[in-house]
Design a binder for this molecule. Structure first.
Ligand SMILES: CCCCCCCCCCCCC/C=C/[C@@H](O)[C@H](CO)NC(=O)CCCCCCCCCCCCCCC
Ligand SMILES: Nc1ncnc2c1ncn2[C@@H]1O[C@H](COP(=O)(O)OP(=O)(O)OP(=O)(O)O)[C@@H](O)[C@H]1O
Ligand SMILES: [Ca+2]
Length: 557
């Protein structure tokens, strides 16, 4: 890294030891200096350096405040006990709050207090650090916050008040907080009423369902403001400028997992405060040229659709409903017939079987995002060796009986499956991973499911295939027309009809439902397109390792 000119350097007291403290445009560092004098050549007394350096990136400083040492209080009102020695000899002090990395991608707010000999020096430090922070233009100053009081374990309000609001106050972020009163309250407010010009970002406190509300509100609003028709599946959508923050308080929190690495409210609040940005792909889902919904994580037909449909009736069970319904759906073992057509993404870097993972600063997302913005042609080579598939104008067509059809636009990592449904999927590469699980025995399907929780490859099975695609369509076998909905309402009739027609079948119903990020879609026949980097989150992707490899953890102080 290019050496940055020093802005300030002083010897300050920290926990009764003298430190050489230095600030440049990138780093605040401090290194212990021995207090014992040592005679060196030339007859002068020089302090000799002991201990190791501690450093924090300026971009990860949350706040700085002067301490009123005489009265023994911080200016945030909290009492602080001053060491006797420092109050006598170093009567002025300031505290720097900064991001400290803890276990498993968690971030914590840590404080370090430096004591100065003179008030002017103390003020100079505070002022210079404040100027540095003001220069960080990506940091939000005004946020619009929506809290779902009923998400997950119904702890949204408590989590926000106790863990998040104090951090926003510390970082001088002003908020307008709305506690939602009904489902889609946040979505509709964002889409029609919210004065978005007043804010630097929107935040939701809740689970994936609340995040989905934010996406729908913000994307729809942006298209409306720019005169784009959402109902046209071919339309290129306009990216949203406001970033979205998620304070996790839901049942699955898979967006948090995949974008931050953990579902921890404090960690997410800190990513918002430092003004992180992570672009994300969004899929639009249409039926017969009518817009249905957007999806950012999972579009699942068959297994995950059936799990969701069953679990919706058991919301009272809380997050455990998914395990209960998952077990039940596994036992029912239904398969569904239909045709999947898709446009493979052939011009991009990366495949769903890669060992590399989408991580902070992902090169594949950067590269493919650039390709997408240059409107590279989507050409697909034909592959005559693939059985029961056809090619039509670059599209591949596969007919079959499927236990599950899943499209994962990101890994979908979550506590149930830390590597996710598609471990090598990318957050912002303009593609979704289409996973086809064909009809197989219960035992084999269990093996496939179990591999989501182990190091073994869930795609390395004869009945599973995975394709990285830009668009796809699905048409269920028993319904090629608009009468699909009526038929679905008359499901029982159709079910028995099919069983009469196919006496050897295992009595699978004709239709499943699509699980679209945890919402049931009203149609089985859908068309899906990926919109590369349509939204931005207050996140940076999962960090691979600590930023300062050569410096010890600042929490050592
Ligand atoms: C044997 C254990 C196998 C475990 C395999 C687990 C794979 C789990 C993969 C989870 C992927 C979640 C994708 C996230 C989707 C979100 O947009 C959405 C909204 O929050 N969540 C769900 O739809 C919620 C969907 C929740 C689905 C839970 C499925 C649980 C399956 C349990 C199967 C038990 C079989 C036991 C046989 C003895
Ligand atoms: N005030 C409210 N009353 C009832 N439902 C609400 C309210 N506010 C939001 N919702 C709806 O609650 C649903 C679930 O919320 P949320 O996503 O926060 O939690 P969850 O379902 O427990 O978590 P996950 O989506 O991660 O499984 C959302 O789809 C949202 O539309
Ligand atoms: Ca993607």
């Amino acid at each position: 890294m290019e050496k940055q000119p020093r802005l300030l350097a002083s010897q300050l007291l920290l926990k009764n030891s003298l430190f050489e403290v230095s600030l440049n445009r990138v780093l605040l560092t401090w290194k212990e200096v021995a207090t014992k004098k040592k005679r060196v050549s030339g007859g002068m007394h020089h302090p000799f350096k002991v201990g190791t350096s501690h450093g924090v990136s300026v971009s990860e400083i949350l706040a700085v405040r002067e301490l009123d040492v005489d009265s023994g209080t911080k200016d945030d009102g909290r009492w602080q006990k001053m060491p006797q020695k420092s109050t006598e000899a170093y009567p002025y002090a300031f505290t720097v709050s900064y991001v400290e990395r803890a276990w498993q991608h968690r971030w914590r707010c840590s404080d370090v207090t430096f004591h100065c000999l003179e008030g002017a020096l103390c003020q100079q430090w505070v002022q210079t650090i404040r100027e540095q922070l003001t220069a960080l233009t990506s940091r939000p100053k005004h946020l619009l916050v929506y809290i779902n009081p009923y998400g997950g374990k119904q702890q949204g309000e408590r989590i926000y008040e106790q863990k998040v609001a104090p951090l926003f106050t510390l970082a001088s972020i002003s908020t307008h907080v709305i506690v939602t009163e009904h489902a889609n309250h946040a979505r509709d407010h964002l889409r029609t009423e919210a004065e978005l010009k007043k804010y630097d970002g929107v935040v939701c406190v809740g689970g994936d369902g609340m995040f989905s509300e934010m996406v729908h509100g913000l994307v729809s609003r942006t298209q409306r403001d720019n005169g784009v028709d959402q109902n046209s599946p071919e339309e290129k959508l306009v990216p949203c400028t406001l970033r979205i923050g998620i304070i996790p308080a839901g049942s699955t929190d898979c967006i948090c997992y995949a974008t931050v690495g953990i579902n921890d409210p404090v960690t997410s609040a800190l990513h918002i405060i430092v003004g992180d940005a992570q672009a994300m792909d969004v899929c639009s889902v249409h039926h017969n040229n009518t817009f249905l919904r957007y999806s950012v994580s999972l579009l699942g037909y068959g297994f995950y659709g059936d799990v969701l449909a069953d679990s919706e009736r058991k919301r009272w069970m809380g997050p455990a409903r998914y395990d209960f319904s998952g077990f039940k759906t596994f036992l029912t073992h239904h398969y569904y017939e239909g045709t999947v057509s898709f446009l493979p993404a052939t011009d991009i870097l990366g495949t769903p079987r890669d060992k590399t993972r989408c991580r902070a600063g992902c090169f594949i997302c950067q590269h493919n995002g650039q390709l997408y913005s240059e409107d590279a042609p989507e050409i697909c080579e034909t592959d005559p060796d693939v059985p029961d598939s056809e090619y039509k104008g670059g599209w591949r067509v596969i007919r079959g009986k499927f236990l599950a059809i899943n499209a994962a636009s990101m890994s979908c990592a979550c506590p149930r499956s830390p590597k996710g449904l598609s471990p090598a999927a990318h957050l912002a590469d303009g593609t979704t991973d289409l996973i086809l699980v064909r009809k197989c025995s219960r035992f084999n399907f269990l093996r496939h499911l179990l591999r989501h929780t182990s190091k073994y490859d869930q795609f390395d099975m004869t009945f599973v295939e995975v394709h990285r695609v830009r668009r796809f369509r699905f048409t269920p076998r028993y319904c090629q027309s608009d009468s699909e909905l009526d038929l679905r309402e008359n499901g029982k009739k159709l079910f028995s009809q099919i069983c009469r027609d196919h006496p050897a079948c295992s009595c699978s119903p004709a239709y499943s439902s699509w699980n679209c990020d945890g919402e049931i879609l009203p149609h089985a026949a859908i068309e899906v397109g990926v919109h590369c980097q349509l939204i931005k989150l207050f996140a940076r992707g999962i960090e691979e390792q600590p930023v300062f490899e050569d410096l010890p953890n600042p929490c050592a102080v």
